[in-house]
Design a protein around this ligand. Sequence first.
Ligand code: FAE
Length: 547
Amino acid sequence: MSGSTTRANGSKNVSRRTFIAGTSSILGAVALSGRAFAAEASVTPAAAPIDSGAHVPALVVGTGYGGSVAALRLAQAGVDVHMIEMGMAWDTPGSDGKIFANTTSPDVRSYWLRTRTKQPISNFLGYPLDKDVPRHTGILDAEEMGQIIVYQGRGVGGGSLVNGGMAVTPRRENFGAILPSVDAAEMYGTYYPRANATLGVGTVDPAWFESADCYQFARVGRKHAERSGFPFVFVPDVYDWDYMEKEAAGTVPRSALAGEILYGNNYGKKSLQKTYLAQAGATGKVAISPLHKVTSVAPAAGGGYTVVIDQIDTTGTTTATKTVTADKVFFAAGSVGTSKLLVQLKATGALPALNAEIGKGWGDNGNVMCGRANHMWDPTGKLQASIPCGGIDNWTAGGAFAEVAPLPTGIETYASFYLSITNTPHRAEFTWNPQTGRADLNWQTAWKQTSVDMARTIFDKINAKEGTIYRTDLFGAYKIWGDHLTYHPLGGAVLDKATDNYGRLHGYAGLYVIDGSLIPGNTSVNPFVTITALAERNIEKIIATDL
Ligand code: FAE
């Protein structure tokens, strides 16, 4: 654009719009300290597409948890950062005046480059739920990786755009199995608290929970768990609990109570756009290129790295290919994105010195879903908050932690629904397939049986006690288990194996991994607090020693 100059973070156009967005970022950051999260629009750094030929001190691939931590802390240390994000900015309302689509009515915004929806719960009462949608760079990717569908968020904010916000710190006695090379005392003393504070994690008010219509399903879940001798625990979340109470009181627009979740929450949820990325924007040192996809990273002749980036339009078509240089590159494209990129770059000769651990140690966090059919005298409520707030902990005895999840259909279903995280031993590997020019993942559907068996340590017992049965209508005809998917991909560039103990990739100074691919396949609970805390730990060390 005429009259503009290229900034140190590789973007042009310090326009009035950027300035205003920067100002609102500051306001957003101030709001973080109060209880004023809620219905505001995004306060992330304004989209500022990178110029071909630009040179940036730090380039971050992806804008999820790991990428957002890296960008904020680097910027606070005085480093100019450019974040490259293949998904959209999610800062502009659609024709209905809302940025995000409702879970009950998926539309053009809902899926990443598919012509038909791929809903995790595919059926209800015998009817298939999927429908045709226009192909678009929508928010939820149901990526089919061989024998597993990996659900991921696409856009500025990564998984935080689509997830349930359940923000769970693992029990400390389980941490040694999750990240064996990391000092637990440091994590529980410093980095988990830092992550929880910056993410804005809170817990439902127990008194309100007891009376709220929208949590009848969770109270039924608790009753059944406790009658079978299982502990029920409250699960913290980044949803603004004050806002949800106002939704229930009818004083603010509804989001969790309107069934919004999988395709984004228009209000109430503190996604990364409102937390880490808002603070990053407030530094004035972070720029973001949405609808830009990194396709290659290789050593540059004069030092640093040459990064090749495809700019795409909302049909997924490449409209420009840009080449930039970066002194340091942070891989934060998520477990699948980073793993696919690294196995490709190693196999095709761009980064041949990456070690043999690249692509290994991938797991599904043992995810498996199921529903139970309750008796007619045990209704779960027709109004259900889309945000879960409690779980059943049978990890030590049976290897399963089950979230009591909603089925926000708007009608009484007499169903209890659960997402279990299980202690699966199975790990898959990404490899480069030169015939197809794609990375393959050798996950096997049959491996889910271990997870099903662990989940059954909870639900077989509850069914026996309550005289109830499993639902067979949610995942296809007469199919009890949602065992074809994961929400929680982890691993593929494992800490202290593919990288050193702080995420520095072996073989290349200045290349780092800082997302869920560092974690070897399981966190015993929902993963994003651990991804965030580990990123906080690693970036602190990298800033202290590498810059
Ligand atoms: P992630 O957040 O996936 O961010 C990676 C980003 O990189 C994405 O925005 C990508 O679009 C982008 N990207 C990928 N490849 C490229 C490329 N080549 N160039 C440019 N950009 C690229 O990574 N976890 C919880 O702890 N609690 C929950 O309640 C929860 N619920 C979930 C519900 C759903 C439906 C889903 C899908 C996930 C859920 N998760 C939950 C998982 C959580 O969102 C996930 O572990 C984190 O988002 C992973 O963080 P990363 O930083 O690794």
